[in-house]
Design a protein around this ligand. Structure first.
Ligand code: TYC
Length: 107
């Protein structure tokens, strides 16, 4: 009988079905920034470099994409990490009195 056959025979010759392993990868979340009319472009670039480890060139490209399309992805993370990023970015923006909004979406 092949190794992977889930049907096994116990001592009384009864067929028993082994439980199928229920392994599912935990969901991932996109952290996104939303465009607004007031947050300075340089501030958004600083956020992308400081909190999302982007180079200045990449951060400028993402900022301009958000500016023209309305929304952009900063990165993809586990739920805990995404929640923390959203919290610290929104806190940082509020501290600097900018209305920049950071949010997350399941991938
Ligand atoms: N639209 C802003 C401006 O013209 C720049 C901006 C870019 C704001 C991206 C938010 O997520 C943002 N100053």
């Amino acid at each position: 009988m092949p190794d992977f056959d889930p049907l096994k025979y116990n001592d009384e010759d009864l067929v028993v079905q082994e439980a199928k392993p229920k392994l599912k990868r935990p969901p991932l979340y996109k952290v996104i920034l939303l465009n607004d009319d007031f947050t300075p472009m340089d501030f958004v670039i600083d956020v992308l470099m400081g909190f999302f480890a982007m180079t200045e060139q990449k951060a400028t490209q993402v900022m301009l994409q958000i500016h023209t399309q309305g929304v952009g992805v900063c990165g993809t993370y586990s739920k805990d990490v995404a929640e923390t990023k959203v919290y610290i970015v929104n806190d940082y923006s509020r501290e600097h009195q900018h209305p920049l909004m950071c949010s997350m979406e399941e991938v």
